[in-house]
Design a protein around this ligand. Structure first.
Ligand SMILES: CC(C)(COP(=O)(O)OP(=O)(O)OC[C@H]1O[C@@H](n2cnc3c(N)ncnc32)[C@H](O)[C@@H]1OP(=O)(O)O)[C@@H](O)C(=O)NCCC(=O)NCCS
Length: 175
């Protein structure tokens, strides 16, 4: 059994993604082409069985699957993933604010900053990494605002609407 996660930002609350979060609402986010525009998840068909399978992969791993909720007991609005490498003291982080009515209102930034502070602080992670397609301006902005710096570019790595795009790789050290 993994230890609980309860993190509070200014706008969001972060907890472990639980079985009860495997909902039609969550499925709707994964099957929304606009939300998945920059994610390789767009190439997959998602149903509750495939979501459960993905959820189960976290149970016996060192990785964290997190739910992003509005502060004050609100609904889930997104998810985050943290892939730890204990040997190297690193963690690769991803985020999806699935509820599009929440976009551009600071929820993503708050969730990101809250999880990075936890990882690089009490969780004891040495270095946090993340990456995205360069044209995902919201994600790039969010990483840069959190103090991450550009570490590398994979030129023309992925096709977005048939056009080759760079993948930008960011990192931040605890100190
Ligand atoms: C990327 C994502 C997490 C941003 O979350 P959000 O809650 O909309 O972001 P915030 O409101 O906290 O904004 C953070 C910064 O990004 C900017 N931003 C957000 N969306 C943007 C967009 N579409 N274009 C340009 N800038 C954008 C904001 O303006 C803000 O910067 P600012 O304060 O300088 O203005 C969210 O859009 C999302 O989950 N998208 C789908 C999944 C995804 O692409 N995840 C990343 C895959 S690697």
């Amino acid at each position: 059994m993994k230890e609980p996660v309860h993190l509070e930002g200014a706008l969001v609350r972060i907890e472990r993604f639980e079985e009860r979060d495997l909902s039609e609402r969550y499925l709707g986010w994964l099957n929304d082409p606009e939300t998945m525009r920059f994610s390789n998840q767009r190439f997959r068909d998602h149903d509750l069985a495939s979501c459960r399978h993905y959820f189960d992969t976290f149970a016996d791993s060192e990785n964290d699957f997190l739910s992003v909720r509005r502060r004050g007991g609100g609904d889930a609005i997104g998810t985050m993933t943290v892939y730890h490498n204990q040997h190297h003291g690193t963690a690769d982080v991803g985020i999806m604010i699935g509820d599009r009515s929440c976009w551009g209102r600071g929820f993503g930034q708050d969730a990101w900053d809250t999880v990075l502070s936890w990882l690089l602080g009490p969780r004891g992670t040495r270095k946090v990494t993340a990456g995205t397609v360069a044209s995902n301006r919201g994600m790039v902005r969010l990483m840069e605002r959190s103090g991450m710096t550009l570490e590398g570019v994979r030129r023309g790595q992925e096709l977005i609407d048939g056009t080759p795009e760079d993948i930008v790789l960011y990192g931040k050290f605890a100190r």
